[in-house]
Design a protein around this ligand. Structure first.
Ligand code: ZN
Length: 421
């Protein structure tokens, strides 16, 4: 099983938008670019919503059939570990093995010593093809990096082997993720980590490092865009080096988590892909749920009323809803409109505050981020929410497809900026 060069992680919190999401990939096909859809939903989201991983696959299957999609597609067990992987074994064929929690826990000294001895070739100056740059790895950097990451890679190996035992070698796509941690990994660290992953025998096809800058949920990148661009180029070159020297799969590529809505870095991602003939896996989970709310609000009537109610509930429970996402949101409480005021908003006022159009003066990133983490409110509404999704399907689907295609797939994979930018 091989993941294509370009792929997009499409999260679908309530398993109702798979067709609308797949339609965005169909639009890319019409432009001559294959963007492979990967339906991802993390254990955390399944727990919050009370859904089962099999439901994600079932919804995707319906969409694939309805649209006559004949290219590959996958279901991603997103951010799983040894304790949570079990119920993802049957329905998934892509595994995001999350070992961020193990970073910094030291491996046994003999393992660290053996690793640094085995990889003495990494010490010195490494020329990264295509970058015009070198990375310097000192003996201290090599052993410190091993001390920091080797245990996490060993854990990844345990999880990988559990999945392999259940599914069979080559029957799934393994990813290792280290993004949900405090500090970014440098390209030199990434190269050392990849050497360790190769030693561990994990044939990863995607790797999710933590990049510098902030990747807040559902809003634009916050950080130094030029530095991000340089880092991404070095990361891609380091991956190329690791594939060549350590026998990792030739399609190994970066996975950009919380990748939705990072409009300001999409040109840099596209440029690096062009330069290195590299691919990228772009994860865009929560952005689709926000398009559901936009579609409901745009529909007016009961849809708009429900969107307002979801906001009011999210506002009332904002501390509790934000807690699990504290590290990946940046809400300015002063900028949150009072629910009493929102109650009088028109469809246009609601959608323009929520829709991610950086050029619009009405766009409110705090409002958007609170709703981003507020999907639990809709989950608790149960059928009432789902019935309105179904009643307003065409308006919602249009927003879901357009958001994924125009704002994400076109700029990242086709190098095309949304109009007016
Ligand atoms: Zn992630």
């Amino acid at each position: 099983m091989t993941l294509g060069k370009f792929s997009i992680g499409v999260g679908d919190r309530f398993a109702h938008q798979a067709s609308a999401q797949l339609e965005a990939c169909v639009l890319a096909s019409k432009e001559g670019i294959d963007v492979i859809p990967v339906w991802n939903k993390s254990n955390r989201e399944h727990l919050i919503i009370g859904s089962d991983p099999a439901s994600t696959r079932a919804a995707a299957e319906v969409a694939v059939k309805a649209l006559g999609w004949t290219k590959p597609w996958f279901c991603d067990a997103d951010h799983i570990n040894l304790g949570t992987v079990d119920r993802f074994l049957a329905p998934c064929d892509f595994y995001t093995i999350d070992v961020a929690d193990y970073i910094g826990k030291p491996a046994e000294q003999f393992a660290i010593d053996a690793f640094t001895k085995r990889h003495s070739e990494l010490v010195g100056t490494i020329r990264l093809a295509g970058t015009g740059q070198v990375i310097q790895i000192t003996p201290a950097l090599l052993s410190n990096t091993a001390a920091k990451f080797l245990f996490a890679v060993q854990e990844a190996g345990k999880i990988y082997r559990k999945i392999e035992a259940a599914k069979g070698k080559g029957n799934f796509i393994p990813e290792v993720s280290m993004d949900e941690t405090d500090s970014a990994q440098t390209p030199a660290e990434l190269l050392i980590i990849l050497a360790a992953i190769a030693d561990e025998g994990i044939p990863i096809q995607t790797i999710a490092p933590k990049f510098s800058g902030r990747f807040n949920k559902g809003v634009d990148y916050v950080g130094d865009v030029a530095q991000f661009g340089r880092e991404m180029a070095l990361d891609m070159a380091a991956i190329g080096y690791a594939v060549e020297h350590y026998g990792l799969p030739p399609n190994l590529k970066l996975s950009v988590h919380s990748g939705s809505d990072k409009f300001s870095i999409y040109p840099a991602i596209h440029a690096s892909m062009q330069k290195f003939s590299a691919g990228v896996h772009l994860k865009t989970a929560g952005t689709t749920w926000l398009e559901e709310i936009i579609g409901l609000a745009e529909s007016g009537g009961d849809g708009l009323a429900l969107a307002k109610e979801i906001y009011a509930e999210a506002f009332a429970h904002r501390a509790e809803l934000c807690a699990p996402y504290a590290a990946v949101i940046d809400i300015d409480p002063v900028k949150l409109p009072a629910p009493e005021a929102v109650a009088h908003w028109t469809s246009e006022q609601f959608t323009s505050a929520l829709r991610h159009d950086p050029r619009s003066s009405a766009y409110n990133p705090s409002f958007r981020q609170l709703l981003h983490v507020g999907f639990k409110v809709a989950a608790m509404m149960g059928r009432r929410y789902l019935d309105l999704l179904e009643a307003n399907e065409s308006v919602i689907a249009k927003n879901v497809t357009e958001n994924l295609y125009v704002r994400h797939i076109a700029p990242v994979f086709l190098g095309r900026q949304p109009e007016g930018k």
